[in-house]
Write a protein that binds this ligand. Sequence first.
Ligand code: NAD
Length: 314
Amino acid sequence: MQKQQIIITGANGQLGTELTSALRLRYGAERIIATDIRQPVRTDLHFRLLDVMDREALRSLVADTGATTIYHLAAFLSASGEQYPQQAWDLNMQGLLNVLEVARETGCRVFWPSSIAVFGAHVPRTACPQNTVTQPSTVYGISKVAGENWCNYYHHIYGVDVRSIRYPGLISHTALPGGGTTDYAVDIFHHAARGEDYTCFLDAGTTLPMMYMPDAVAGTIQLMEAPADTIKVRTSYNFAAFSFNPEQLATAIQQHLPEFSWQSRPDFRQRIADSWPAEIDDRCARSDWGWKPRHQFEDMVREMLAALTARLRK
Ligand code: NAD
């Protein structure tokens, strides 16, 4: 395995928290530098405050640490992006361009997440293909489409080894989600584990693609470890595990906690969810670099409830 020195931006977020732990286990804690604009809760990390809008600070950090790879996670998400569209565009675009420019200068490899938000209402709702219309209806989606094209450009024009995945909604019990349209699928577990009712901000029948965080983290590392010549898509790979709607999730929770009750009261996020596909065709990721999810829907529900109820008992 290649000796790596890794910088993670946005490391305190929902994905960063778990990816940081996994990368520390895989490559050694001393090789992982977690960064964010907020101080972390954990005190055992090699941590540096870093605003990704500050290109010079990023350049210095790469030089000081001899970084070989940047996992660039800092971003505005879909729902918060609709509330702060200008700031979302600024952070999502300028942050990425700063990372790509520093990578071009230093030869760092880059991981950058895209999202199922790149698709708009004009794509097939089921088995949404790798290559299709990308006409998103959110600022977040627009920034991800533009970001994918910038990644492709930096790879083909400057030779930057940048790799990307279009994550579905990510479900985890370690860190709370940060303002996305699929956040309900995490919030509902917290309410159920505490014995509380839940009011879902999406309609009961809104089916969206989702993934349990351990699979998202494993797939990300798998993509980054794949030989460069197997990575045929330099925009971003479709990436899928399972799909469900709020009704199906609540019913699965009630199989463990029969007294759990919930209702649906859609808000502005319904419009965003309605513009996304329900199922993703990820055959390119499977055939190019061997992607295969390990957790099924039922495994995820069982593990989420077990982890959250165990934490409440402590
Ligand atoms: P999050 O909101 O939980 O975390 C983002 C982190 O970035 C936060 O810790 C925040 O403090 C930090 N940050 C904000 N502004 C910053 C700045 N200027 N400089 C440095 N750090 C800054 O997000 P997440 O869910 O962990 O998402 C990570 C990435 O994955 C994002 O690119 C997101 O678009 C993508 N993604 C996430 C999901 C999901 O379901 N969580 C789905 C699709 C794509």
